[in-house]
Write a new protein. Structure first.
Length: 207
């Protein structure tokens, strides 16, 4: 077995294991950290495919920005996870059904691309041998021509997820005390300090 193939299978197994731990970990912070591991291994797979730009973007954007946002949201939300897990098993049939549909769709897409995979692989290999070849330029051309609708739909979904996360964290709670910086800046001395004139009291010698 070649070293390249060995590295691919190693990263693939780690990626699958981390993905499973994301949905099975009891601690939400641990699940987010497993998702970070999955992103890093996916970036390694992209590197093996000579897609350096995608690997770097995956690490910088998702690990450096999106996952930090997820961790902040998970740690700031006051959610009773034990109550949420009580009905976990009841949703398993629906989850397996949705997963099976996704697997079938991905299989159909891959099967439709199998016929021209060899020819395209040879074309890509020949193009990559050119010193002026830029996979970033090719990726941008494919994104904004053939896959423009898919990219736009994914962008809208991510935007909705970000807005939902912000809306959840900004909810007002009765037991939480909030500060108003504008009122703190406008405060006057008379509002905080009050001088009271009190007559002096002289104690008796016996006391």
């Amino acid at each position: 077995m070649e070293f390249r193939v060995f590295v691919f299978w190693f990263l693939a197994l780690v990626l699958v294991g981390a993905s499973l731990r994301v949905i099975t970990a009891k601690n939400s912070v641990h699940a987010a950290l497993y998702l970070v591991l999955a992103f890093f291994t996916a970036a390694g797979v992209w590197m093996l495919l000579q897609a350096e730009f995608l690997a770097i973007v995956l690490v910088l954007v998702y690990v450096g920005a999106v996952m930090v946002l997820f961790l902040f949201v998970v740690m700031m939300l006051d959610i009773d996870f034990e109550a949420m897990r009580q009905g976990f098993r009841s949703y398993l049939p629906v989850a397996f059904g949705v997963g099976a549909v996704i697997v079938v769709q991905m299989g159909l897409v891959l099967w439709s691309k199998v016929k021209d995979t060899g020819a395209r692989a040879e074309t890509v290999a020949a193009a990559a041998a050119d010193p002026a070849y830029s996979n970033t330029k090719v990726l941008g051309r494919e994104i904004y021509t053939q896959y423009v609708y898919a990219v736009e739909i994914a962008a809208v979904i991510l935007l909705v997820a970000i807005v939902a996360a912000i809306a959840l964290t900004l909810r007002k709670r009765k037991e939480t005390k909030y500060q108003n910086p504008s009122q703190q800046i406008k405060v006057r001395r008379e509002d905080r300090v009050r001088l009271i004139n009190m007559p002096s009291v002289k104690r008796d010698a016996e006391n």
